[in-house]
Design a binder for this molecule. Structure first.
Ligand code: TXA
Ligand code: MG
Length: 506
């Protein structure tokens, strides 16, 4: 039977935050990036919601209330331009022995009959092992997300299950695997050529999910030195080493504490960098002489294809001039580095848009060195408290802790209203549309719906446009410092700091 491919989405913990038995639409909070993910999926897939609501059988929820919540979700998505074909609810308890509770594929068969879904080409996404099992029952593919209760049940999963941080990354995987695009928009010939350039000591700019990186063979000292020259980067600022697998990462660290491994299992491939005691094989040029190495397995299919093809770890900072805005498209890389690199791989725009979160395991308790693409809350939910370093932790300079970094040329001020500035051209960077845009020569809104993940994905592009508009000042409204808001505020503070970038350490 040929039919339409479909994605069956779990509701609580996958599409919306899991807040117990939801009985009213005002309790609905969409998981960051979820709406954007569905928008990308709907071009190729019918979308369904399948949810177990045993609260109904337990007398904790009225069926009408569940229906009202579901209708609200569907209507909200419709307003965002997304069509949910149907919503299926199992109201029973597991002990009731019904046919329709997950992982029984009852509703999947119903969708096949009602809407002509081809179940062999279906995906299920959810934060519970039964969401994965649901697809496997019908020959589809189940993907496990770590939002909602995902982190709690992770240990119950069979080792072969695909685990991703959230629905956004799940959507990337689904799109990549169904189009056969396992090279992130690059051709096999391009990946092959880029790998050859790296193996022969050259430099390749390549896409990752966060920002574009400027890569060299991490085990080739001369190649690594070229990165510093081209970027004009001070030699005391160490590089992140990118790996194609967790196993490769393990071989590059002389110690991999349990909690670091837990993070690697959960968030790799993804926007997380782990600083660990280094293996002697890593040259000092990469780590700036430090006894530690920063490791990350990126999630962009082109980056992974390159790492697999090359077979060596790849040292790569962001592919911009030191202290300048990070590039989130191949065009940005061309603008800043152009002819200076041997090859630029174009894998489209980066979808996370801010650099990876860096967690150090160098000094006992894990420490946050840089907020980034994985929210601190998700990390702490898995391994417990992470130390936020204070000034005393880093007397003088420390790697990656320059106050000014990621900067536009135009002065940037964080605040709610501009200082007195008659006759000056001021641009505004704001999470939401401002009530009054009249005083501003240019307004960049990061997310119409206030979604911090969407805002992060657009941050550097927006700053770039503001920087090119011939303004006297950029006013940036502060954003809430939760989730990805922490990374956004960190970059804005660094962009606003007036101190010098290039000071060597004392
Ligand atoms: O998302 C990302 O992390 C991107 C993409 C390309 O992977 N890369 C990136 O690299 O942002 P870069 O060089 O712009 O920032 C790396 C940061 C620097 O602040 C550096 O000081 C810090 O990582 N770092 C590297 N090795 C370290 C180490 N051994 N100890 C402490 N910090 C380290
Ligand atoms: Mg769930």
């Amino acid at each position: 039977m040929s039919g339409r491919p479909a994605v069956f989405l779990d509701r609580d913990g996958t599409l919306i935050e899991d807040r117990g038995h939801l009985s009213h639409p005002n309790q609905v909070v969409f998981i960051p990036g979820a709406v954007e993910a569905l928008r990308r999926l709907q071009d190729q897939f019918l979308l369904f919601i399948v949810t177990n609501q045993s609260g109904i059988a337990q007398g904790l929820l009225r069926p009408e209330a569940v229906q009202e919540v579901n209708q609200y979700i569907v209507a909200h998505l419709r307003r965002a331009g997304i069509k949910i074909t149907d919503v299926y609810v199992c109201p029973h308890r597991r002990a009731d022995g019904c046919q329709c509770i997950k992982p029984n594929p009852y509703f999947l068969h119903q969708a096949a009959q009602q809407y002509g879904v081809d179940l062999r080409r279906c995906f299920t996404v959810g934060d519970h092992p039964h969401d994965v099992e649901l697809a496997h029952q019908v020959g589809g593919l189940g993907i496990y997300v770590c939002t909602g209760h995902g982190w709690k049940h992770l240990s119950e999963l069979p080792a072969t299950v695909s685990v991703v941080p959230d629905l956004r990354v799940a959507a990337e995987w689904i799109l990549a695997s169904c189009t056969g695009d396992l090279r992130g928009g690059c051709t096999a010939a391009e990946i092959g050529q880029a790998a050859q350039v790296l193996r022969s000591g050259g430099l390749v700019a390549f896409p990752t999910e966060t920002v574009y990186g400027l890569g060299a063979d991490a085990l080739n000292r001369a190649a690594v030195k070229k990165i510093f020259q081209i970027k004009n980067r001070p030699p005391h600022d160490p590089l992140i080493v990118h790996v194609g697998s967790r196993e490769q990462a393990r071989q590059l660290a002389s110690d991999f504490p349990d909690s670091a491994w837990q993070l690697a299992m959960r968030f790799w491939p993804g926007p997380l960098t782990l600083v660990l005691p280094k293996h002697p094989s890593i040259p000092d040029e990469v780590t700036a002489g430090l006894p530690t190495v920063a490791l990350r397995m990126p999630a962009h299919a082109a980056a992974l294809a390159l790492l697999w093809e090359t077979g060596v770890p790849v040292a790569a900072p962001s592919a911009n001039l030191f202290g300048k805005l990070s590039p989130t498209t191949a065009a940005h890389v061309r603008e800043q580095l152009g002819e200076k690199v041997d090859m630029i791989l174009d894998g489209g725009p980066c979808w996370v848009g801010v650099e990876s979160t860096i967690i150090s395991f160098a000094h006992g308790q894990p420490m946050l060195l840089r907020p980034g693409g994985i929210p601190l809350e998700q990390i702490e939910a898995l391994i417990g408290p992470v130390r936020i370093p204070s000034a005393e932790d880093f007397p003088g300079h420390a790697p990656g802790r320059f106050p000014r970094h990621y900067a536009p040329r135009t002065p940037l001020l964080i605040g709610l209203s501009p200082p007195r500035t008659e006759g000056k051209r001021i641009g505004l960077l704001s999470l939401l549309p401002p009530p009054n845009s009249e005083p501003f020569a240019l307004v960049e809104v990061l997310s119409e719906s206030g979604d911090l993940a969407e805002a992060a994905a657009r941050l550097y592009q927006a700053l770039r446009r503001l920087d090119q508009a011939g303004l006297d000042l950029i006013l940036a409204h502060p954003v809430p410092e939760v989730g990805l808001g922490r990374a956004i505020m960190d970059r804005l503070r660094k962009a606003s700091s007036r101190s010098c970038v290039n000071e060597p350490p004392p």
